[in-house]
Ligand binder design. Sequence first.
Ligand code: DX5
Ligand code: ZN
Length: 217
Amino acid sequence: MAVQINPSILSADFAHLADEAAAVSGADWLHVDVMDNHFVPNLTLGVPVVESLRRATDTPLDCHLMIEEPDRWAPAFVDAGAGSVTFHAEAAAAPVRLARELRAKGARAAMALKPATPVEPYEDLLPELDMLLVMTVEPGFGGQAFLDIMLPKVRRTRELIAKHGLELWLQVDGGVSAETIERCAEAGADVFVAGSAVYGAEDPAAAVRALRARAAA
Ligand code: DX5
Ligand code: ZN
């Protein structure tokens, strides 16, 4: 499992996104949090910002849609330049159809689970996905404390991936830091989103390198 570090621009300066993307040039993907004030109690950005960001950086974009009606909106994020689009299981009306549509448009298709959503009901859907995101905070805000109680779900998801022999990536998002990333890696995660731990650091690029080293340890 190759470790991937995806800084979340939610903790970056939105007036200088091109510079903020360049500040983490060693990152594997840029994580872009889209919130609609319905699925989560916060508002962030939409398709036009993703389009501009696509032109401003060569780092691929990992769009995390914390929105209602992802079936309607997710494909537009592929058109805007996202290389990976994550919709929430709790919000998707037809997750298989949506995942197939995203893949057909040339993007990686990913599905996210809020802390109270178990992975087991989705076991049969896993082959339709390129990545599963296990949220390690309640989605909506950066800078929240990591939920250790999610580690058993990460472990069970890794076991399901192994059981079915899938190539699926397993992402964790929320409270991932130099202090918590080893526990996530040990539980089986291989893609790590980090917002405040990267953009809150004096040297964001060094923070990415430090997280990578810890996850691989
Ligand atoms: C939270 C977002 C996260 C957030 C993580 O709802 O999905 O991507 O930016 O921020 P940190 O790493 O600060 O918890
Ligand atoms: Zn996110």
